[in-house]
Write a protein that binds this ligand. Sequence first.
Ligand SMILES: C[S@@+](CC[C@H](N)C(=O)[O-])C[C@H]1O[C@@H](n2cnc3c(N)ncnc32)[C@H](O)[C@@H]1O
Length: 262
Amino acid sequence: METDYNELAKKYDLTRKENIDTINRFFENISFYEGTNILDFGCGTGNFTCALKRITNANVYGVEPADEMRQRAIDKSEDIVFKKGNHEKIPFRDNFFDFIYMTDVIHHIPDIGVMFKELNRVLKQGGSLCIVTESHKQIESRFWVKYFPTIVEVEKKRYPDIPEIIECASNNGFMISMKDVTDIDYKHVISQKFLILVENKGYSMFHLISENDYECGLADLRNDYNKQIEIEYNHGETLLWLKKSFKDFEILSVPDLLDSIS
Ligand SMILES: C[S@@+](CC[C@H](N)C(=O)[O-])C[C@H]1O[C@@H](n2cnc3c(N)ncnc32)[C@H](O)[C@@H]1O
């Protein structure tokens, strides 16, 4: 079943915002100059897009297929161009972006080979792509698996695992430059924020398990929340850093070549 982001848009910002650790990692790896073109691919309601615009001089753009998500992004900032697009069609010219990132998007893409070709087209030679996702190991380590065990298999079906992403990227004009794994490990009581997120089905995965599994898990979660039980938080994210491969450079036409080095 596909996730309906036009429906989820109504509650998305109640439970989701930009992740500052992820943004810090962008800054460790990318120089954001005035005039640098950045794309937030699958930008949703524009949380990461707006955060980057606030703290850099770069030209920041967002592409998002779901009208309701995109409209919320547009309402948040007049300085950012948000356009309708998806993995098949990104409405920008060839070799336009210096940096493209996508946070929590790849598991929604029906054909990642098509997506890599299209991202490759709009990325400048020497530009970087960062995919923020979770490995299958990280999915298994999520602390809420204790409450919602059936989520694991559902998630492993829709999330391509890291080797699959790297192989597909390298078949479609990219080479991997770095894999950054942000595993975390600490104990904490369940936060009210997380309980609210689950009560609002703020992650699309809660729409993909049976209502019975969801209700049972929510009851156990509420119980542990009320008892202030400490939970081990030990999963993080994977950031895959990719570069447009040199092979494509050789087949660029002369006008494209001049464009890519200007
Ligand atoms: C979990 S949300 C993440 C939104 C945003 N990147 C963030 O981190 O807040 C996933 C987003 O991917 C978008 N999406 C779904 N299918 C897509 C596709 N084929 N191409 C591009 N984006 C897509 C959805 O509409 C949704 O906004």
